[in-house]
Design a protein around this ligand. Structure first.
Ligand code: CO
Length: 495
């Protein structure tokens, strides 16, 4: 096998994240399926290694805010972009929620997502505890799909390149098809990325992918360093759902790689035209989502480097502190974040730990340190989220045990959870909702939002059917999912 290390001419693969991370990072995850569908066939023609179309916050946001059944979106996007592998972000044992679920729910979620056409499961754990990733990895492999073991990049006194290399080796041994370095906060400097990529390439025989954000202005340079160290694929997005707190833009990365021996095959007139068309489409969508976009997210903010927290956390937090009348205590709260992280064993900051640590830091400043200990932070301290990168401060652990009246645990947390799939089916039937595997896994994670979704469908049934108003000639691909028709305008590639 020729690896990029042996053959520097081996082009790097670009993946595209505009339909997931792009709008999650820059527009509060509010892009609708209808806004995505005209872009999907164009994205499909560009030769991306994978399209990230699902997972992360999109499932929760789609159901809760957009009145969309998440599996309908997956079906529609799969049909509109059939030629490129689809990829999703999966939080290991947390699936796409914020706490651990039993293995039978994780397995069912992966299986049914694979049935709907998901190809690549990018699996991470907020604590980087591989025990929380094993079940999802095995389920993806059992479904004949790709499992990508994901390292959440973070900085702390206990994190060195070697920490990540050992985790990469462990995930490779668990059968992962690739290793992804996930730098959710955009904090990885180019040389650190090169050290981890180079180390993984030397030690492993599977591909190594790199995911970062442009939050602090390092993203594109980090990709270049990763590409020179042999990374196999990087994630890019499309302006205006790119740069800032999102991924570097595809066109920008192409320019950065001009005449580079590993430049991918994107610099062709027909591809440039497609990218331009995509940009024009997404400019319109971005304007439509103006309630959810913000100038702060669009700009490079080196404060993220100063505070070593994800960019999204910075902007959310500024708002929350304002609401709490604590805007003047911003510096104190942010100085408290590393203290909370240290006490909780230097956990990375990614959903859900970023929220848990952020809230705890705020409470520590408002009420005194650990006076108001949240149940979630206590659970981290007691091992209920998994093994932390460093030991939890013994005093903090003892305090959590006393306050929560719970014993600390060392074993894999999901081993303590009873199977739930049967119960979930019963819950759905009792509520008069369709008992399908899709609904069972959503019922496990988002029962309220799922109930609201189906209540609205029941109302629609009793209301007179709305006239279908498709403007003639505007679409030549109609995708009907559960009674809703999505129309997709497909552009042919110039010959
Ligand atoms: Co990301």
């Amino acid at each position: 096998m020729v690896t990029p290390m042996d053959d520097p001419a081996n082009p790097v693969i670009f993946n595209n994240t505009v339909l997931r991370d792009g709008h999650q990072s820059l527009a509060a995850t509010r892009m609708t399926t209808e806004q995505m569908l005209p872009a999907a066939p164009l994205l499909d023609q560009l030769g991306f290694g994978a399209l990230e179309t699902w997972g992360g916050a999109t499932i929760d946001a789609g159901l809760r805010f957009l009145d969309e059944h998440p599996f309908d979106r997956l079906d529609a996007l799969r049909a509109a972009a059939p030629d490129t592998p689809h990829m999703m972000l999966l939080r290991g044992q947390n699936i796409v929620q914020y706490s651990n679920f039993p293995d039978d729910v994780v397995e069912a979620f992966v299986r049914v997502s694979a049935d709907h056409g998901m190809d690549i499961f990018r699996i991470f754990d907020a604590l980087n505890d591989p025990r929380n990733m094993r079940c999802a990895i095995e389920a993806a492999k059992a479904a004949g799909k790709q499992a990508h073991g994901t390292l959440c990049y973070t900085t702390s006194p206990v994190h060195t390149p070697e920490t990540f290399l050992r985790l990469g080796e462990e995930l490779a041994e668990m059968g992962c098809d690739a290793i992804v370095i996930k730098d959710m906060a955009g904090l990885i400097p180019p040389q650190a990325a090169a050290a981890i990529v180079g180390g993984l390439k030397r030690r492993l025989s599977i591909p190594v992918w790199l995911h970062t954000h442009e939050t602090a202005g390092l993203g594109a340079s980090t990709y270049l360093a990763g590409i020179e160290a042999g990374v196999d694929a990087v994630d890019t997005s499309i302006v205006p759902f790119a740069n800032g707190t999102g991924q570097p833009d595809t066109t920008r990365m192409m320019a950065l790689l001009q005449d580079h021996p590993r430049a991918p095959d994107f610099d062709r007139p027909e591809k440039r035209e497609l990218l331009q068309e995509l940009r024009e489409h997404f400019e319109k969508v971005y304007a439509e989502l103006s309630d959810y976009t913000s100038h702060r997210n669009e700009t490079v903010d080196s404060d993220a480097l100063l505070y070593q927290v994800p960019g999204g956390m910075l902007s959310n937090f500024r708002n929350q502190l304002k609401e709490q009348n604590m805007a003047d205590r911003f510096e104190e709260v942010f100085a408290e974040i590393p203290r909370v992280r240290e006490a909780l064993g230097w956990i990375p900051l990614v959903t859900p730990t970023s929220q848990i640590v952020g809230v705890q830091a705020m409470l520590n400043i408002k009420f005194g340190r650990w006076e108001n200990f949240t149940p979630q932070a206590m659970d981290i301290a007691l091992g209920y989220y998994g093994r932390t990168p460093a030991p939890v401060d013994p005093e903090v652990r003892a305090l959590a045990a006393r306050k929560a009246e719970k014993e600390p645990i060392e074993d894999r947390p999901a081993d303590r959870l009873e199977p739930r799939m049967e119960t979930l089916g019963r819950e759905l039937r009792e509520q008069g909702l369709p008992d399908t595997t899709e609904n069972r896994v959503l019922q496990a994670m988002f029962p309220q939002a799922l109930n609201t979704y189906w209540a609205k469908r029941a109302e629609e049934k009793t209301a007179p059917a709305a006239e279908e108003t498709a403007s003639a000639g505007s679409a030549d691909l109609a995708i009907t999912v559960r009674g809703r028709t999505y129309r997709v305008h497909v552009e042919e590639l110039p010959a």
